[in-house]
Design a protein around this ligand. Structure first.
Ligand code: SF4
Length: 681
């Protein structure tokens, strides 16, 4: 390293694994990266997305000054002063004409804890309850279901602890592509003799690891989980000591499970009954079993009930609260856990204080210098619906791209076109920014300091490595200045100031002080209650976080039904290894695009021959929401009767519907059905 070059350890901007990487900075520019072999999750490994970080930060399409869109559609450069004054004035006007709840705010799972905290504080002090972010689109059901069951909605054990498992049940997660560094720990467990079960309607690099792959019909995860539990009960494999000493509500679940016919359930889910029996025995009987799940569980109209079933299974067998056990709901973005912890969700204030709990809400209001705060906020999808219904007139979007990430994109486009004002702050001109009245250039993660909380609750500091390009500014600077102009506070805080406030307001971040976290290479795992507390890698070893310390079995009303397809195919959407979420970063990078540059639809060889479709043909994919073109990819990695599409391209969510899980309000992305029509070539 030359005299002018520096090495700065930052957090990867992509997935919730939260790997560290060392950026090499020379003369104010990043030139390369180095691996960090000491990082507790990655041990120096990075996936293709992490490796492309330098290409991303030096990208020529970065936004470098604020712009305003004129009524004729052209855009004009404006100063920060002009932009922020325009926004503040417009928001005040809308509040005075229609009320504060005519303004919606979308926070960002890519932004730091401090930025999300200040963003939701701005929304609520302004008077609007409508603040939400993309956790709604991935793990809102986990937050709701696991909070009810255990008293806390997060992953129970650290990722590296998976190597201590003797049995791992993977359901609805393709972590080998989505959170690639998790694979190492599952392979380690397998090498040490663990039995690996994968439940997925597709063959993926993750199911390749498994001894047993249950290739179920799409959407039947809940039926399968209940059948596994019914078999465990029938064989007397439940952990009755654990149930008696640490849980409540078991009798309700038992009554439900006793009615289940495992053979019939096997037919419904489309796997041999014998495989369900093996899964039940292996999971229940091992000395330490873990469950890894992801959006294959949550993105359904029964997503909350499916996540609750994962919790029930762990409780039934006492597979929680010890090394190698627990639940691993793998979070998507690098700070989706932190953004949720910070209260960037409609129903939760910071620290998961329910916004409809007036007593606790007023305690936070008092800490913010007011008497009360609004409640009854709308979720991401409901905000779009409210715009269509003329109830929301202004939307402020920090670093999200709802046109690509939300269901039924044509409805989202229609809604954004109706707004009196749409403000987007982002490092790039995204599809959503293309609709904005004002676009503010945001700094990227390595151009600012802040803390990020990964999927295992590990809070890590990521320091500023270099200056943002042109006039781009950190999100905290933008929110701080806007809040000051709106009269919500008097000074623009630094990240450390906001973290100190978080220490006071969010008890389980109480000991995560700037002084400790800025100098810690491994970070701290919450709950970390005070400055002497070492953090809590494994939750619930002695008691659960519910008031009486016991976990609760939750039993959903009614039975899970297998989806009767009204169309030709079940449409599964998901991720591929070289792209991330809405693709607003990865679709710009040549090194990643050369592996996946266009929308493909994967279909089974039998279905392809019936439709006379060959590899590479263009097909029309049609649902009740829209029709798009995609390139056919023929593979037996999908079941007959189902197709797969990655959702990183703008077309995919033109096909999904806006139906919501009624409890967690997540869209049922994975319940869509479609027709395929061969296009004349
Ligand atoms: S596994 Fe996730 S955090 Fe690690 S390098 Fe890849 S995208 Fe980044």
């Amino acid at each position: 390293m030359t005299g002018s070059s520096r090495k700065v350890s930052v957090i990867c901007p992509y997935c919730g694994a939260g790997c560290r990487l060392n950026l090499i900075v020379e003369n104010g520019k990043t030139t390369s990266i180095e691996y960090d072999p000491d990082h507790p999750v990655s041990l120096g490994a990075l996936c293709p997305k992490g490796i492309s970080a330098v290409e991303l930060i030096n990208h020529p399409e970065r936004l470098t000054f604020p712009v305003i869109r004129k009524p004729n559609g052209t855009i004009r450069r404006i100063s920060w002063d002009e932009a922020l004054k325009f926004i503040a004035e417009k928001l005040r006007q809308i509040r005075s004409d229609f009320g504060a709840d005519a303004v919606g705010f979308l926070a960002s799972a890519k932004a730091s804890n401090e930025e999300n905290y200040l963003f939701q504080k701005l929304a609520r002090l302004f008077g609007s309850p409508h603040v939400d972010h993309c956790a709604r689109l991935c793990h809102a059901p986990s937050i709701v279901a696991l909070s009810r069951a255990f008293g806390s909605g997060a992953m129970t054990n650290p990722i590296a602890d998976l190597e201590n498992s003797r049995c791992i049940l993977i359901i609805g997660s393709n972590f080998s592509e989505n959170h690639p560094v998790v694979s190492r720990w599952v392979w380690n467990a397998k090498d040490r003799g663990a039995f690996i079960i994968a439940v997925d309607p597709r063959k993926t690099p993750t199911t390749e690891i498994a001894h047993l792959h249950l290739m179920i019909k799409p959407g039947t995860d809940g039926i399968l989980l209940n059948a596994i539990m019914a078999q465990i009960l029938r064989e007397g494999l439940a952990n009755y000591d654990f149930i008696a000493s640490r849980t409540e509500g078991f009798e309700n679940l038992k009554a439900k499970l006793q009615k289940i016919d495992v053979t019939k359930a096997a037919e419904q889910v489309g796997v041999p009954a014998g495989d369900i029996v093996i899964a039940a025995r292996k999971y229940a009987a091992s000395s330490a079993s873990a469950i890894i799940y992801c959006m294959g569980i949550t993105q359904h109209r029964n997503g909350t009930a499916y996540a609750a079933s994962c919790a029930n299974l762990a409780l039934l067998c006492g597979q929680i609260g010890r090394p190698g056990t627990g639940l691993f709901p793998l979070r998507g973005q690098n700070n989706v856990q932190g953004a949720s912890d910070m209260g960037a969700l409609a129903e939760f204030l910071p620290g998961y204080v329910r916004a409809d709990d007036s007593e606790k809400r007023r305690i936070i209001a008092k800490q913010w210098g007011c008497d009360d705060l609004p409640s009854g906020g709308l979720s991401v999808t409901e905000i779009i619906n409210a715009i269509l219904d003329n109830k929301i007139k202004a939307l402020f979007v920090m670093g999200e791209n709802p046109i690509v990430s939300d269901p039924s994109a044509s409805e989202t486009e229609k809604a954004l076109s109706k707004l009196d004002i749409l403000v987007v702050q982002d490092p790039f001109m995204t599809e959503t920014a293309g609709f904005a009245h004002i676009v503010l250039p945001a700094a990227m993660w390595a151009e600012k300091s802040g803390s990020y909380t990964n999927t295992e609750r590990r809070i890590q500091w990521s320091p500023k490595a270099l200056d943002p390009p042109g006039e781009a500014k950190p999100d905290l600077w933008i929110i701080g200045n806007l809040g000051k102009l709106l009269g919500l506070w008097e000074t623009i805080p630094q990240p450390q100031d906001v973290l100190r406030e978080i220490n006071r307001v969010v008890p389980f971040y109480g000991g995560v002080t700037p002084e400790r976290i800025e100098t810690s290479r491994e970070g701290l795992i919450w709950p970390c209650l005070n400055e002497h507390h070492e953090g809590t890698p494994i939750l619930y070893s002695e008691k659960f976080h519910r008031e009486n310390g016991r976990a609760l079995f939750t039993v959903p009303d009614g039975d899970f039904e297998d989806l009767k397809s009204h169309e030709q195919f079940a449409l599964i959407t998901g991720r591929v290894v070289v792209h991330y979420n809405s693709g607003s970063f990865t679709r710009r990078l040549p090194s990643l695009m050369r592996y996946s540059s266009k929308l493909e639809v994967t279909l089974h060889p039998y279905d392809a021959s019936k439709l006379d479709v060959k590899d590479g043909n263009i097909v029309l994919v049609k649902t009740s929401s829209g029709t798009v073109e995609a390139v056919a990819k023929i593979s037996s990695s999908v079941r007959q009767g189902s197709v797969f599409m990655p959702f990183h391209f703008p077309e995919a969510n033109k096909l999904t519907t806006r139906d919501l899980d009624p409890i967690a309000r997540i869209p049922s992305f994975k319940d869509a059905q479609c027709q395929l029509i061969k296009k004349e070539q």
